[in-house]
Design a protein around this ligand. Structure first.
Ligand code: GLU
Length: 305
């Protein structure tokens, strides 16, 4: 059944959800900008959420630096910044709901065991369901969500119709890790629901995660937001800009120039001379044409060809 798209307009609530694993790089600036422009062009709210659920990879100083950078670029958010590491009790509550509904099970398979016995899926090995009927105790185990059978269908505003059978493409997936931390897929679904997010505009590296998020939304009785996945920025080796690929922090000297670069990446119309970032952003909101963004999943920038 296709997810029902929400009408854009007064009730639009969007968000930018950076993981503070490093300073804001050009790829994350593009993500911030695209979600900001789409929200503002729809008279919507734009929230910022610090995705530090994976405490083993995050650092509070990066979170502060990211917020300071957004501020320097004139990307003003609405309301309080939401911080995942402060929401653990909430994730626990939702986990308990799913457990009580019999939609989860404990798993003690190691990565190696899974890799040895599984076929490859869209995001690593497909979990073969080894622990599904073992009724293992909670201690030291991960919690997996028992993926429903059948295909999930949704319409991405840019990438068009998407169909994924989560059970076959991923298998039962982890929603609470062995170390007790909530997994990204669960945290993101709970956070988006609690914030009343109607529209998710993010990089296409997360397109394959969307069906997992939709099956969780359905299990919890949450509405499905609208989605738009734009190409991620990659370097000349075709790798996504990230901390792992040693992406440089976004330059804050010529901020207008950097924003113009990000607008160019998103294939938005050129903007005439402006005095500052906020003026440029206001013009970019007025010109916003999400349908002209490239449908590629990844694009090199700057493009040297
Ligand atoms: N925290 C994720 C990232 O930085 C984004 C998650 C999302 O937008 O759903 O890639």
């Amino acid at each position: 059944m296709p997810a029902t798209p929400k009408p854009a307009g007064e009730d639009y609530v969007g968000r930018f959800a950076p993981s503070p694993t490093g300073p804001l790089h050009f790829g994350s600036l593009v993500a911030a900008l695209a979600s900001y422009l789409d929200a503002r062009a729809n008279n919507g709210q734009w929230l910022v959420r610090i995705e530090d659920v994976d405490e083993t990879r995050c650092d509070a100083s990066y979170a502060d630096a990211i917020l300071a950078t957004l501020d320097t670029f004139g990307l003003d958010w609405d309301g309080e910044v939401i911080v995942q590491s402060r929401r653990k009790a909430r994730y626990q509550e939702v986990l308990a709901t799913l457990e009580a509904a019999g939609q989860t099970y404990h798993c003690e398979c190691s990565r190696k065991e899974i890799a040895d016995s599984a076929v490859m899926g869209i995001d690593g090995p497909v979990y073969p369901g080894t622990c599904r009927h073992k009724n293992l105790p909670a201690h030291g185990a991960a919690i997996r969500f028992a993926s429903p059978a059948g295909a999930v269908e949704f319409e991405d505003r840019l990438q068009g119709k998407q169909i994924q059978n989560v059970e076959r493409a991923v298998g039962d997936f982890v929603i609470r890790r062995r170390d007790g931390l909530a997994a990204y897929q669960l945290a993101v679904v709970v956070d988006d629901f609690d914030s009343g997010i109607t529209d998710i505009v993010r990089g296409a590296d997360l397109l394959d995660s969307t069906a997992r998020q939709i099956v969780l939304q359905r299990a919890l009785g949450y509405p499905t937001p609208r989605y738009l996945h734009f190409p991620v920025v990659s370097n000349n080796d075709g790798e996504k800009l990230s901390k792992q690929t040693l992406a440089a922090p976004v330059a804050t000297g010529d901020r207008i120039g950097v924003l113009r670069g990000a607008l160019h990446f998103l294939r938005q119309p050129e903007i005439q001379r402006v005095a500052d970032c906020r003026q440029l952003l206001a013009a970019a909101v007025a010109n916003w044409q999400p349908e002209t963004i490239s449908r590629s999943r990844s694009l090199v920038f700057p493009d040297k060809t």
